[in-house]
Write a protein that binds this ligand. Structure first.
Ligand code: C2E
Ligand code: MG
Ligand code: MG
Ligand code: MG
Length: 290
């Protein structure tokens, strides 16, 4: 049985694979087969609307469940997939899983909530990217408005004009764009003002266990960002909301949404469905992820 959390040291250690190259070789030899066999699984984590206290959406987070029953977390393979290009296929696969889930909700006659999917830089700048996404939502007969594309702050910084060009095309189809891990890099509020995004997600570093001094600083920064975002009609999401205190703080600072263990860990689609059908988010960690 897999352990919960991300602290389980690389599971290869209990095999003969000790070196980092061995691990990477293993992953690269198995990734294509794993994708074909459906070993990559979409977990979902709820996003809470802080004004209405309701479930507002979900973020899709990939997990690799091996045939051996082990769970591998994205930090162990996404950086590698970004280097070898495999993330382009995997990210599109995740978009498809999100579309499929929304289709399931529609089929049941319930109003679906939007799902956010993380997109790698390579995929986002691929020439046929917008067409591929368009084909995907059409295939599942869902509105593009139900799919939010999350891109990293670091990607946004590099070429604002090129990025805005792609965002323009995606907006024309109805997709929404979210800037992930905002505040983790060196983006200025000026850069933010030039980006045509719909939402920004404050990096969870702002909510990590901080000294009182750091906390005061963190609050000032969040306040600035949230005010700026509001002026630009950009929604704000605080990531890493783990405690009621965290929630109280981000609420007081004017964040629109919260996401974090306080509401739920990322859970399997089946488990998420139970939260979804309940229609209400209860506070309190939902225990183990797996
Ligand atoms: P992210 O997009 O910023 O996702 C949020 C991460 O924070 C997730 O880690 C989530 O499990 C974790 N998290 C959520 N709430 C809390 C909390 O309250 N406290 C703490 N300490 N952590 C929390 P995860 O699932 O391990 O994903 C890590 C990163 O891997 C993601 O960061 C994202 O950048 C990347 N990733 C995940 N799935 C995909 C994918 O399908 N495609 C791509 N390109 N990247 C992905
Ligand atoms: Mg994300
Ligand atoms: Mg993030
Ligand atoms: Mg992150």
């Amino acid at each position: 049985k897999a352990e919960s959390g991300h602290t389980n040291t690389i599971w290869f250690f209990d095999t003969e694979l000790h070196k980092k190259e061995d691990l990477e070789n293993y992953i690269e030899r198995h990734m294509n087969q794993a994708l074909r066999d459906g070993e990559f699984e979409m977990f979902l984590q709820p996003k809470k609307d802080l004004r209405s206290d309701t479930l507002a959406g979900a973020e899709a987070l990939v997990r690799w469940r091996t045939t051996g029953g082990r769970m591998i977390y994205p930090d162990q393979f996404i950086p590698l997939f970004e280097r070898n290009g495999f993330c382009m296929q995997l990210d599109l696969y995740m978009v498809e899983q999100a579309c499929r889930q929304i289709r399931v909700w529609l089929g049941r006659g319930v109003t679906p909530i939007p799902i956010s999917v993380n997109q790698s830089k390579q995929l986002f700048f691929k020439p046929d990217y917008v067409q591929a996404l368009k084909a995907m939502v059409r295939k599942y007969g869902i509105s593009a408005r139900l799919i939010t594309l999350e891109i990293l702050e670091s990607l946004a910084l590099e070429n604002v004009d090129a990025l805005n060009g792609i965002i323009l095309q995606l907006h024309a189809e109805g997709f929404r764009i979210s800037l992930d891990d905002f505040g983790s890099g060196f983006s200025s509020l000026n850069a933010l003002s030039r980006l045509k995004i719909d939402e920004l997600k404050l990096d969870r570093a702002f909510l990590l266990n901080l000294s009182p001094q750091e906390q005061a600083r963190s609050q000032l920064i969040i306040k600035e960002i949230v005010q700026m975002a509001r002026l630009l009609s950009i929604a704000t999401v605080a990531e890493g909301v783990e405690t009621a205190e965290d929630e109280g703080m981000i609420r007081a600072l004017g964040c629109d949404f919260g996401q974090g263990y306080l509401y739920s860990r990322p859970v399997s689609a089946a488990d998420f469905d139970r939260i979804f059908m309940q229609g209400q988010l209860q506070n309190g960690p939902s225990g183990k992820e797996v």
